[in-house]
Design a protein around this ligand. Structure first.
Ligand code: ADP
Length: 399
């Protein structure tokens, strides 16, 4: 089965054509600067040439049209006809409380995704644009929506209700939703397999990338997660502050006359390890600067590992222990130094890693040392595969 996986942003669109049964990726690419001047990079995996050029795309529909042309083209193509595309799977950021699982897209589903726009004003409109663009250029092809929030819908009330007047939940749907759900779902399922499919499991998944979140996963179901109503919550990230004492907002807004938009821009774009270090949001730059003796770069790394460690401890407490800690995403998969620092001091819990195994890259691996009672796993995430699998299952009636 060939599934086109689409991740649409406001001016960009990432795609992958793949077979979820074999995890074979036929081609992938990125449309950028949609509505501005337009640029498309398309990489076929069959040895044909990469396409990398400016392409006029006033809207997402022209972008998808061009992608379809490339997928069947003589020079860059991977399929003979677009009829070979069985279905399209769309990443959708916010499904509110309505979607606890992926779903076939119809008019009612689009309406429900629209209803969630107030909860994700930047992302959901772009996701809907991507869906409608595909519907326009690929009429009749089944489409599926896979939500970042869906995996977290199993959290118990005590984890998702904020301690503010309850009417804000009842009237305004203010609650913890969580994000990166497709990644947490994928790596926790992989981890359960690596543990030998036990009947019961307690897993802490650490998605550490540019944006980062942790999840506590009991028996394959999310029990808690660090992001909230929005993705600013949790711990320090590349440019986001994580959880913040609201008094800091009031104080800075008073002193500098910021309005709430300016204040949130600072917390979303200028904070986190970038804000502390003044160097970069990229952990490789921070490692390099810290190695040169840059105190603030070192401090930013210290804060990051300290906050992740505290979340791990709190989730172990919440679940009454843990069977495994999983590291994934850009930092989690690649930075052996950060992994080592995060688990350092967790020996009391039974966590201990093997420094040699911790150097491994690019594959799912158990990096625990002999005698560890809590496994430490590194599992490369694959949200596209998860989206393609859900899409294939739903269109073949297995979802
Ligand atoms: P996004 O949240 O944008 O999907 P990724 O999961 O791709 O992000 O993670 C990006 C982050 O991963 C960047 O901050 C980058 O520095 C970090 N990263 C990638 N490789 C390494 C590495 N070898 N060492 C440390 N950090 C790394």
């Amino acid at each position: 089965m060939k599934i086109l996986v689409i991740n649409a942003g406001s001016s960009s669109l990432k795609y992958q054509l793949m077979d979820p049964a074999t995890n074979e990726v036929f081609a992938k690419g990125l449309c950028e600067r949609i509505g501005i001047d337009g640029h498309l990079k398309h990489t076929p995996n069959n040895g044909k040439a990469v396409f990398d050029a400016d392409v006029s795309m006033p809207t997402h529909a022209e972008g998808i049209q061009k992608v379809l042309e490339l997928l069947v083209s003589a020079d860059h193509g991977v399929i003979a006809s677009t009829d070979e595309i069985d279905a399209v799977g769309h990443r959708v950021v916010h499904g509110g409380e309505k979607f606890a699982a992926s779903t076939r897209i119809d008019a009612d589903v689009i309406k429900a995704i629209e209803d969630c726009i107030p909860l994700a004003p930047l992302h959901n409109p772009a996701n809907i644009t991507g869906i409608q663009a595909c519907q326009k250029v690929m009429p009749g092809v089944p489409m599926v929506a896979v939500f970042d929030t869906a995996f977290h819908m199993t959290m118990p009330e005590q984890a998702y209700i904020y301690p503010v007047p309850y009417e804000y939940y009842e009237k305004d749907q203010v609650r913890r939703y969580g994000f990166h759900g497709t990644s947490h779902r994928y790596v926790s399922a992989q981890a359960i397999q690596m543990l030998g499919n036990p009947a019961h499991s307690k897993i802490i998944t650490c998605h550490l990338g540019n944006g980062s979140s942790l999840a506590a996963v009991v028996d394959g179901k999310c029990a808690d997660t660090s992001m909230g109503l929005g993705p600013l919550a949790g711990f320090a990230m590349g440019t986001r502050s994580g959880d913040m004492d609201a008094t800091v907002l009031e104080y800075l807004m008073g002193r500098y006359g910021y309005d709430i938009k300016e204040m949130l821009n600072i917390l979303n774009k200028k904070s986190g390890v970038l804000g502390v270090s003044g160097v970069s949001s990229d952990f490789r730059d921070l490692d390099a600067a810290a190695a040169q003796g840059n105190h603030r770069a070192q401090l930013a790394l210290d804060i990051f590992q300290y906050q992740v460690k505290k979340f791990i401890g709190s989730y172990a407490a919440a679940m009454g222990g843990a069977d495994a800690i999983v590291f994934t995403a850009g930092v989690g998969e690649n930075s052996s130094a950060m992994r080592a620092r995060i688990v350092e001091g967790l020996e009391y819990m039974g966590v201990k890693i093997d420094p040699e195994k911790n150097k491994t890259r690019g594959q799912a691996i158990d990096i625990s040392a002999p005698g560890a009672t809590v496994r430490t796993l590194v599992i490369p995430t694959n949200e596209e595969l998860m989206i393609a699998m859900d899409t294939a299952n739903l269109i073949s009636g297995k979802g």
